[in-house]
Design a binder for this molecule. Structure first.
Ligand code: FEO
Length: 387
């Protein structure tokens, strides 16, 4: 891999993975993903996290190359999820004099994942503690539930670098050119989205630090225009819409509900909606649909009735929205059913269980195939949604 320059003393030793089928067994990653790991070369050599088991050999080779014959004094474990911590035991065994730096929860998890004796090798840190490794000083800040309970971030004081764990992470290997925001947003909402409050807490701590470089555990090292990324995280974690627009999602069995959803999108565009995105939940990527739902301020859900319930892909979409704490949005409902349409009632019940979701009174009920009456109902629902 082309060298990723951070500073003269902080080196990248992570790896790209372009062959993994699904990240966390559920997210497509068309451009792969990177497992980031770093080394700080100082009087005490410090490794910042390990990598996924799929990248062990490449990572160890990168580490040895950077060490140039030196040994490792400290391993800082920011996050115990196996995409970062799979090699904790391997590193402990390779460098028997190495100390492992983590918090109480980190060490509880290490003993769950690995049968390893850490007697005399533990440096247990808590909020605000520092560790001097020479000219660098590491300061630790707890970031529980961003994305697991043991997560902590590390601020290196001399070079003003924040090692941000999963925060500011992004899908995509580092040798693929793609825009940060789209894949970082999909990563954020699907992986960390449920924990907006905790991300806000972390941002408040970060605001007290002079940060020049952000080193996340996935995606590119961020060195410029950090205010842009921090502002995106502020919007996302506060659950405020990022853009004005409407996501229209449909769950259609034979295409008739889909036709109605597309008609609704056309009506919304005619009525001046800034941006209208239409997605077929049976075929489009679920994580993209979740991302778009959080991006825009309005949502239209159109579902066929199925087994006296909501068609499964819509049910799945709504369950994801609820799990990720969807809130502060306006929603319109379209249902279809050839004999007993009930989808709208059930979708409405899900949204009623969410915080600050305004549901339009005008519900569009289609019986099999959209007709002129339905189009008039859609006009009414669109007017209500656009207010
Ligand atoms: Fe990238 Fe939560 O692990």
């Amino acid at each position: 891999m082309k060298e990723i320059k951070i500073t003269d003393t902080i080196k990248y030793i992570g790896a790209n993975d372009k062959t993994l089928d699904l990240f966390e067994s559920q997210y497509v990653i068309p451009n792969g993903v990177s497992y980031n790991s770093y080394v700080i070369l100082d009087e005490k050599v410090t490794v910042m996290d390990t990598v996924d088991a799929r990248a062990t050999e490449e990572w160890l080779a990168n580490l040895e190359n950077v060490l140039d014959g030196r040994t490792v004094d400290y391993l800082v474990v920011s996050h115990m999820e196996p995409d970062h911590a799979a090699n904790v035991q391997r590193l402990i065994e390779k460098y028997p004099n190495m100390q492992v730096v983590g918090n109480v929860k980190t060490f509880n998890m290490i003993s769950q994942f690995f049968a390893v004796d850490l007697e005399g090798k533990k440096v247990v840190v808590k909020e605000g503690d520092t560790l001097n490794i020479g000219s660098h000083t590491l300061q630790f800040f707890m970031a529980p539930m961003v994305h697991w309970p043991e997560v902590m971030v590390t601020y290196e004081q001399s070079e003003k670098v924040l090692f941000s764990a999963d925060g500011f992470g992004k899908f995509g290997a580092l040798d693929v050119e793609d825009e940060w925001t789209c894949e970082a947003r999909r990563y954020y909402f699907n992986i960390v989205g449920k924990y907006g409050v905790q991300v806000q807490n972390l941002l408040k701590k970060a605001a007290t630090l002079d940060i020049q470089i952000i080193c996340p555990l996935h995606g590119p090292v961020l060195k410029e225009d950090l205010a842009y990324y921090i502002e995106k995280y502020n919007i996302w974690s506060s659950y405020n819409p990022e853009d004005e627009g409407v996501l229209v999602v449909y769950a259609s069995i034979h295409g008739n509900t889909g036709t109605a959803a597309k008609k609704m999108a056309e009506i919304l565009r005619e009525k001046g909606a800034k941006e209208v995105v239409v997605m077929d939940l049976a075929r489009d990527d679920m994580s993209e649909a979740i991302e778009e739902a959080f991006r825009y301020d309005k949502l239209v859900v159109a579902s066929a009735t199925y087994d006296n319930g909501v068609f499964p892909c819509m049910e799945d979409f709504l369950a994801h929205l609820k799990a990720k704490n969807y809130q502060k949005r306006k929603v319109a409902l379209i249902e279809n059913g050839s004999w007993a349409p009930t989808a709208a009632k059930q979708m409405k019940a899900v949204f009623e269980g969410m915080k600050a979701v305004e549901i339009c009174d005008s519900v569009v009920t289609i019986k099999s195939v959209m007709n002129e009456d339905n189009i008039r109902s859609m006009e009414k629902a669109a007017d209500e949604l656009m207010v």
